[in-house]
Structures are given as C-alpha cells and as structure tokens.
Design a protein around this ligand. Structure first.
Ligand SMILES: Cc1cc2nc3c(=O)[nH]c(=O)nc-3n(C[C@H](O)[C@H](O)[C@H](O)COP(=O)(O)OP(=O)(O)OC[C@H]3O[C@@H](n4cnc5c(N)ncnc54)[C@H](O)[C@@H]3O)c2cc1C
Length: 468
C-alpha cells in the first residue's frame, strides 16, 4: 500500500491533507524565507492518533515535522527544502482544555490550544497564565513549549519552561510518555519534561501540558518613557524594580521601531513627540486592588526624570492608550516585514551588559555594513534584544542575506563574549544552525546528539533543525 494511503486508512481521510493547495500553507515559514515539500499534512485529533501516526511513520521511514501555529521565526516548523521524504504533523485539532484547577493553580491544555486560549481559560477561572507575546493568538502551547518561548513577562514569571508542571509526549516510536503532573515538587529522578521543552520537535511530539497559573492581575499601569540612552534605561529599570508594585514588563525600543510601526500598523497613534533615540515601555501591576500601583510607578518615573535618566513620560490614562502602546510594540515584527527585508537576531546578555552590547553591534554595522540600518528593540528586563539589520532600498532578502551572510553569527559572537546567548527565545530551527555549530560548546553538542540518538535513533524527528 502507498504510504499516504496507509496514513489515511489509519487516521481517517479528514486527518490527512494531500492536495497541493491544502498543503501549501504548511510548506512555507512565517517569514516566507524557508520552503519545503511535505508529502502530506497529518492532523490527528487525539493523543492515541498521534501515537498511531508516529508508529506508522516509523514503519514507513517518513520524517515527521511537528507544527503548531507555525509562527516560528527560524524556519523550524517546515520541512527542509531538500530533505528526506516527510510529513508535517499539525497539532491544530488537538485543542481541548482538559482541566482548570484554580485551587491547585494549574491547567491542563492540549498542544493545539493557542496561548491566547489558555490565557482566556485562566482568566475565566480568576487566574493568570502569564506567557505573553505578539504571536500568542496563533502560537500554540505545543509550539511555545517546544521553542521555550519567552515574551514580555519573562522578567517576572520566567520563560515557558518555568511555567510547566508536567507533559504528555509521544515518542518517535509511538510510545506515550505520560508525565502530566500537577505537583510542584517531584524529585523522582530526571525531570524528563525539560528534555522536550526547547527541543523544537526533534525528540518527540508534545500532546498536552500541565501549566502553572498565578493570581490574576487586577491593576495595571503602563507608561512610555523617552530615555537618554540604553545606559539610562538600565538605571530606570532598577528604579522600577524597586518601586513597590510588581514590574511585569520593561521593553527597550529604538525610535526607528516606533516610526516603522506607525508607518505600517493599522490604526496606531503616535503616543508622544519622537525626539529621543530610545524609549522604554514599562508596565507595573498588582493582583490586589489595594496596592497603589500608579503612585508607585509614577514615583519611580519622576525620580528617573530628576536623575536625568528619563526625558519625557506618557503614563496611560485609558485602556485605549495602553492598548495602543502595546500594539506599537507587538505589531512591530509584522510592520518590519512590510518595511524592508531584514536580517534578524535574537540574543540575550546579562541585563547590565545591554548598553555595551548595543554599542558593539552599532560599531560592527558602521564598520562592515554601513549601508544597512539597525532596528533594535527587546525585552530589556530579561536581557533579550531583538536587533535586525535592514536592507537598503531595492534589495531582496536573498540579495541582502548574500551581502551579509555572517551578520547573525557576528552579533551572536558579541552576545556570547558578553556572557550571553546567540539564541535567546526563538530557538535554532534552520536559520541558526551555523551559529549553533560555531558558538555552542562542543561538549554540549555531544550530549545533545547522544540524547537525540537514544530517543530518535533514525533521525526522523524534524531533521535538519536545531542540531548542526
Ligand atoms: C509576530 C511574532 C512575534 C513573536 N514574538 C515572540 C516573543 O516575544 N517571544 C518568543 O519567544 N517568541 C516569539 N515569536 C516566535 C514564535 O511565536 C514562538 O517561537 C512560538 O512559541 C512558536 O509557537 P508555534 O505554535 O507557532 O510553533 P511552530 O512555529 O508551529 O513550531 C515551532 C517549533 O516547535 C515544534 N513544535 C510545534 N508544536 C510541537 C509539538 N506539539 N510537539 C513538538 N514539537 C512541536 C516545531 O516542529 C518547530 O520546531 C514571535 C513570532 C511572531 C511571528
């Protein structure tokens, strides 16, 4: 029997997409840079069906590329252009919320639930699921865990990894590893869930996760602050951390990013005159209505002005103002895509080294790529800067990438030299494999390959991703 017929017979015709038009969206990545040619798209609706699909793919010798919301910025969720025969395994139909327990502060979601759906379920139970990033309406829990997503609240609640109590995973041979626990303490050996978090689908398929919930935030105050420099922003960050309310977000944004968002974003309003070069988007919050969050944040920002760190402040008066500020920040990646081809990076350094990092990258660009334009913004509160080198007018992405083939690696080198990472929150996928080979310590790569060989000896899980 032909492989695709065998898959259809096992999963049912509705769960196997075979027509070119149906497959097309799964064959290209979010940035439109990477394209593959999957034989089919499998859409199992239960863990048992995922298990059956993986068992059959093992028997047929097919490579499997797991896919969630397909918002990866590294080409992680599409097959290689010239890889082995492969199928995309989409988790989109595995989207039930199995349990919400406000008393245990936990929630069990299947891999295909969007991050936003999980946030909403937590909210309905009077709780907070704090993972929050621009693509949360499309990104799914399985994808967010497989990339160990970060986002704007990492400084307060940690990365996706820190929000997981347990996982259910289907191994490449079809066995189900059931570790869906709700307990906070379990020292019974290796914490296996952490192997699959951040593994980008190279070790197995996450089918469900037990997630941590927190008290809901009932007060939120948000400000945009024009700062004198990244170093001044660093001083302001420390001030806001000590202000008495919980600091839940502290983003650093270059003026160009705001201008690009205003140029291409729908319905965005300019929040203040853009006289400064750098801005901070700051949010403080509290789960208690009695905590004077506004006064605390206002006090920190006024002290920042007196100390010469902040130049101008807009403290939001309305929810509409607040939404506008966040839309400028979160619509930026999409707006940047419309503005010009860019070479994006995703680095982290210790928070205290961010000013040095930005200075060194600006020096690199002035020296080696003077025709390019640096656009930078990021989660300053956790040290993660997203910096992109935009092409001069008239160049395609391929031409620009050919002109600066080492840019991403060079920026990664600077981050590593400053004690940071060349891949902070988006993962490795296809785009950072060269950097992985160059910058990851050899022993770490050896251990990763050994783990991969035990769980996926035939190398069929998402081949050509993550490991160089
Ligand atoms: C506009 C925009 C803003 C973004 N902002 C942020 C941000 O602030 N912070 C951040 O961290 N990321 C951000 N990202 C990147 C991206 O949204 C995250 O990496 C997200 O976690 C990916 O989730 P997904 O469901 O789309 O995964 P996909 O893109 O579908 O897959 C990502 C990887 O996980 C694997 N995978 C997917 N599902 C499973 C599963 N169930 N089991 C095993 N492997 C699986 C895939 O094979 C692939 O390797 C942004 C992306 C966009 C487009």
């Amino acid at each position: 029997m032909a492989p695709l017929d065998a898959l259809r017979d096992t999963l049912g015709p509705a769960a196997v997409l075979r027509e070119e038009a149906e497959i097309a969206p799964y064959a290209v990545d979010w940035r439109g840079v990477y394209r593959g040619a999957p034989l089919a798209v499998l859409r199992p609706g239960t863990t048992a069906e995922v298990s059956a699909a993986l068992r059959l793919c093992a028997r047929l010798g097919l490579a499997v590329v797991p896919a969630g919301g397909r918002t990866s910025l590294c080409g992680a969720a599409v097959p290689l252009a010239e890889g082995p025969p492969s199928v995309v395994l989409s988790l989109e139909r595995l989207n039930r919320l199995r349990e919400v327990d406000a008393l245990d502060n936990s929630l069990i979601a299947e891999a295909g639930c969007t991050v936003e759906a999980v946030q909403q379920a937590a909210e309905a139970a009077g709780r907070l699921f704090p993972l929050h990033f621009g693509a949360q309406g499309s990104a799914m829990i399985g994808g967010a865990l497989s990339t160990n997503a970060g986002g704007i609240r990492t400084l307060r609640y940690g990365n996706a990894r820190d929000l997981v109590l347990g996982l259910e995973v289907v191994l490449p041979d079809g066995r189900v590893l059931d570790d869906l626990r709700r307990v906070r303490k379990d020292n019974s050996g290796y914490a296996l869930r952490h192997l699959f978090i951040g593994a980008e689908g190279t070790l197995g398929v996450i089918t469900a996760a037990s997630l941590k919930l927190f008290p809901r935030l009932v007060l939120r105050e948000t400000a945009l602050v024009a700062v004198r420099s990244p170093r001044a922003a660093l001083a302001l960050l420390a001030r806001c951390q000590e202000c008495g309310a919980e600091l839940v977000a502290f983003e650093l944004i270059h003026r160009l990013c705001i201008e690009i968002a205003l140029r291409h974003g729908a319905g965005l309003r300019q929040p203040m005159p853009l006289a400064a070069e750098w801005y901070c988007l700051v949010e403080c919050a509290s789960p208690h209505a009695a905590i004077p969050v506004r006064a605390a944040l206002e006090g920190a920002l006024m002290a920042g002005i007196e100390a010469g760190e902040a130049e101008e402040v807009v403290l939001c008066e309305t929810e509409a103002q607040r939404r506008n500020l966040w839309a400028i920040r979160e619509d930026f990646p999409e707006c940047a895509r419309r503005e010009a081809p860019g070479l994006p990076t995703d680095t982290s350094v210790p928070v205290s080294r961010i000013p040095d990092f930005l200075e060194r990258v600006a020096g690199l660009i002035a020296r080696a790529y003077p025709e390019g334009r640096m656009v930078a913004l990021g989660h300053m509160g956790d040290g993660n800067i997203h910096l992109s080198l935009q092409a001069p007018p008239g160049l395609s992405h391929a031409q620009w990438a050919a002109r600066a083939p080492r840019f991403e690696e060079e920026v990664g080198e600077i981050a590593v030299e400053l004690g940071g990472s060349f891949s902070a929150e988006h993962g490795i996928g296809q785009s950072k494999r060269a950097a992985m080979a160059a910058l990851k310590p050899a022993v770490a790569l050896d251990v990763m390959r050994a783990i991969k060989a035990v769980l996926d000896p035939e190398g069929r899980m998402n081949p050509g991703k993550l490991l160089p």
